[in-house]
Design a protein around this ligand. Sequence first.
Ligand SMILES: C[C@@H](CNC(=O)c1ccc(S(N)(=O)=O)cc1)Cn1ccc2ccccc21
Ligand SMILES: [Zn+2]
Length: 260
Amino acid sequence: GHHWGYGKEDGPSAWHRQYPVAKGNRQSPIDIIPNEARRDSTLGPIFLKYDQCRSLNIANNGHSVVVEFDDSDDRSVVLGGPLDNPYRLKQFHFHWGGKGCEGSEHTVAGVGYASELHVVHWNAVKYKTYNDAAAAPDGLAVLGIFLELGDDHRWLHMITDALYMVKFKGSATDFKGFNPKCLLPSSLHYWTYLGSLTTPPLHESVTWIVLKEPIVVSEKQLGMFRMLQFNGEEEDQRMRMENNFRPPQNLKERIVRSSN
Ligand SMILES: C[C@@H](CNC(=O)c1ccc(S(N)(=O)=O)cc1)Cn1ccc2ccccc21
Ligand SMILES: [Zn+2]
């Protein structure tokens, strides 16, 4: 059917027609205002157990570039912080802007970053499948990591070198041996709040854990993401994949908590 996108006609302002939860009470992303976040001493550190992770493939799903992991057991999980149990690593993907424009989804005191990495985990303790978890209020835990422009990131080339293989929507290629630990900043201090998927179906199923410290990537590296296309190879309309971010949504009755 008529699919959602990031254009004028099918973009974030139109999603509510097919996905009415777009106007719900716990939508993401949001603008995080550090001075209004509640410092919560009961919030412990998060732990990322990724040493046994097994990346499988890298793919262009027509909205972003996604690296998927083997989630058939609890080999790689996020735990601690606001989470009641371990959440299993499923995939990570990015959101970015156009040349020189902002591209992150969350903003901090009204300021956006060039890009944002989302590391998606699901509650396999309570739910049988990822899709069940993705529709449940405590089903997903997504780690958000800001990317700011500066020097080359020493490991991001492992991803940008593979992008030419997944230029078009629907393309995928093997991508083994990649550990997302190499994309983390030095500090795991975070803000956390209850929110949603930032793309349709916009399920209100995400415990967001947004790291305060960005990682640094170069404009050249980020520019490589813009070689990707929203369209499939056979489609005659070529659309550069960029500005694939949803703007901040209403906080409604939520508070954002801050780790120490
Ligand atoms: C959960 C969707 C697939 N989407 C996601 O898994 C997902 C994960 C993370 C984010 S983000 N950007 O917030 O980190 C966004 C989407 C499948 N699916 C299941 C039912 C369904 C109905 C319509 C369309 C897709 C559907
Ligand atoms: Zn995302």
